[in-house]
Design a protein around this ligand. Structure first.
Ligand SMILES: [Mn+2]
Length: 350
């Protein structure tokens, strides 16, 4: 990546007016990267405009430079454009408003870590091995000898915390801890970042989570499942967005093989989220085969038009009946069989 860093520096030196773009529905990584780079460019005396198609969530207010973001601009008036953490050009959504944005009239530097990236920039610093986009930026700053201020360190750490689930996901390598350690040395505010990203939940959201927990069951096959209907959401004046994060929280039941959250949304869809810590299950296949969804083996999901319908079934188990135990062993590691006890599956898609 070092040649790309040098190329980036050359472009920065030639430019005065620079546009920094975060992806739609901005998260801590795209914003962390945008903030750190904006601070650095301003240090160099550049005139910087920050853009995002969507509003910035209040919980990111603690980052400097998240105010005065624009959602429209005259891109031809800039010398250089940065795009951060956009897994593909459409993730900025600005390419739909300005079809020529990535045509090359203005040089674009695309910094990202998603395998899906379509290399839409003149310079594409895309490293799928990096846990976050801010990790790439950290390496760039170090390589180019750019100093890191406390505000930059906090911004870079925010991206790492966002994309590693506060250092809990599998992408949290030894190198990540080393980078975090350095960032703390530069004055990054760890507890503030952790609190804002993972310990800030509105009353409404907590109540929706309460509903999810109230409806939660663990079936005999070891599937943890919960369901939230549109009516549940309406009663709490909540939306399906308020459910974000809860499925990972549910996925902590001892003895559970995998976790399922089903909900109806505002647009007449049923959404499903599947999570497991089990290496032997393929939940991407489950989501794909039965619901037309997809994702990763350990975390997948789907959205399909429809609604949820509750059926209550009873089963008579004769005394000394051992059949169920035999059945269970047959079902080992076949997610759809384990789920079938709690959910009538749609017919297989292919
Ligand atoms: Mn990211």
């Amino acid at each position: 990546m070092n040649e790309l860093f040098i190329e980036t520096e050359k472009l920065i030196k030639k430019s005065n007016k620079i546009l920094c773009i975060a992806h739609k529905k901005p998260d801590g990584d795209t914003l962390g990267a945008l903030v750190a780079m904006t601070l650095k460019l301003k240090e160099f005396g550049k005139e910087v405009t920050k853009a995002c198609v969507d509003e910035i969530c209040d919980r990111f207010n603690f980052l400097s430079e998240t105010e005065q973001m624009v959602n429209q601009f005259d891109y031809l008036s800039y010398d250089l454009i940065f795009v951060f953490d956009a897994g593909a050009s459409y993730m900025t959504k600005f390419d739909q408003i300005y079809p020529d944005l990535f045509s090359g009239k203005v040089p674009v530097i695309n910094i990202d870590h998603h395998a899906s990236n379509d290399n839409f920039g003149r310079v594409n610093i895309v490293d799928v091995q990096s846990a976050s986009t801010t990790v790439i930026l950290f390496k760039m700053f170090k390589y180019l000898g750019y100093g890191i201020t406390p505000d930059m360190a906090t911004a870079l750490l925010t991206g790492i915390y966002n994309d590693t689930g506060s250092l809990m996901h599998q992408n949290t390598t030894q190198e990540i801890y080393e980078i975090c350690s350095e960032l703390v040395g530069y004055g990054a505010k760890v507890s503030l970042v952790a609190k804002k990203l993972f310990r800030t939940t509105s009353v409404k959201k907590l109540k929706v989570w309460g509903k999810v927990l109230e409806n939660l069951t663990l079936n005999e096959q070891g599937v943890t499942i919960s369901v939230v209907t549109k009516q549940d959401l309406d009663e709490l004046d909540a939306t399906s967005d308020d459910l974000s994060g809860i499925v990972d929280f549910m996925n902590s039941v001892p003895g559970s093989k995998f976790t399922v959250l089903l909900n109806e949304d505002e647009k007449g869809n049923v959404k499903g989220s599947f999570r497991t810590r089990n290496e032997d299950l393929d939940l991407a296949k489950l989501a794909e085969d039965y619901f037309g969804g997809g994702g990763h083996k350990k975390a997948s999901g789907f959205t399909m038009p429809g609604r949820l319908h509750r059926e209550i079934r009873w089963r008579v188990i004769p005394e000394n009946e051992n059949k169920m135990i035999e059945e269970k062993s047959d079902n080992a590691n076949v997610p759809e069989k384990m789920l079938a006890e709690s959910l009538e599956l749609p017919s297989k898609k292919n």
